[in-house]
Design a protein around this ligand. Structure first.
Ligand SMILES: C[S@@+](CC[C@H](N)C(=O)[O-])C[C@H]1O[C@@H](n2cnc3c(N)ncnc32)[C@H](O)[C@@H]1O
Length: 274
């Protein structure tokens, strides 16, 4: 087993992180090692069998896990482990409550989608980026015939969502996609066009270290309509002092995009027309 595979296998031993795609975990490891060539050499020269006992190795595994928790693990709420069971029972509200983002949104869904469709018109196709468990809110959308593509970084979540689409007869697909790749290439080059793109609560996550990534994603998504949202609470559930994301409004003005704001108690939505 090569070094990166070994580290990824050890990182994944924590159950709450085991659902993240291997490719994404390896990319995170590589990026950390590339900025620390001494540590990389130390790992490479160390006997593989005894590496796990080294304190530098243990500390590195902790560091990678901490980063992955920020990106993914932190959103897991009650019943996260039981989602398969909940899916079989058709208890989709409990699945929505098993993820922090959808849990915070559950009470506003019916109103939220009505308000969005008032602006965009009812879509026939949706692209849900960094979707989390949002596809399980489908029943609140009030849509019938729809093509739904959902992407995120977890293989397990994609499996669960695909099962849901199949069970409910929705023409949908969930797949793995690392949105940060947008920094290197046009991610959506071979995508069909979508009526609406959701980019809910992604642009604030700690990994998006610059607004440029947000702007690039909004510009590149294969749709005229993008709905971008931001939480008004911190991960620790404290109210944010400044919930408005002025940069979105400024960006829209600069690029000549129309934007309407939907301001809910826990979350602010910008409905953008490019
Ligand atoms: C705050 S949650 C929002 C989930 C969902 N959009 C919602 O609002 O209900 C952020 C999501 O981004 C996903 N994510 C993190 N990094 C990602 C990346 N590089 N590419 C795609 N998705 C990512 C996480 O797995 C998580 O589901």
């Amino acid at each position: 087993m090569d070094l990166i595979d070994k580290i990824a296998t050890d990182v994944k031993k924590k159950k709450e992180l085991s659902a993240i795609s291997c490719e994404f975990i390896k990319k995170t490891i590589k990026s950390h090692l590339s900025s620390d060539s001494k540590l990389k050499k130390f790992f490479e020269n160390h006997e593989s069998k005894t590496l796990n006992r080294s304190s530098r190795y243990k500390e590195f595994i902790k560091r990678i896990r901490a980063e992955l928790r920020k990106v993914y693990g932190v959103y897991a709420k009650e019943n996260f482990e039981k989602r398969e069971e909940l899916l079989n029972k058709g208890d989709y509200d409990s699945i929505l409550k098993s993820h922090l983002s959808t849990k915070e949104r559950i009470n506003i869904y019916p109103k939220l989608y009505k308000e969005i469709w008032k602006i965009t018109g009812k879509p026939k196709s949706i692209l849900d980026l960094a979707c989390g468990m949002n596809p399980f809110s489908f029943k609140y959308m009030g849509l019938k015939k729809i093509k739904y593509l959902a992407v995120d970084i977890s293989k397990e979540d994609a499996k669960l969502i695909n099962k849901f689409f199949k069970k409910e007869g929705i023409d949908g697909q969930a797949k793995i996609m690392d949105l940060l790749e947008i920094k290197k290439r046009d991610l959506f080059e071979n995508f069909p066009n979508f009526d609406v793109v959701f980019l809910f609560k992604f642009l604030d996550t700690s990994i998006i270290k610059s607004k440029k990534v947000g702007e690039q994603l909004i510009k590149n998504v294969p749709s005229k309509r993008v709905v971008v949202s931001f939480s008004k609470k911190t991960i620790g559930q404290k109210e944010m002092k400044k919930a408005n994301r002025e940069w979105v409004l400024k960006m829209c003005e600069r690029l000549g995009y129309e934007v309407k704001t939907l301001n809910f108690q826990n979350e602010i939505f910008y409905v953008i027309k490019k």
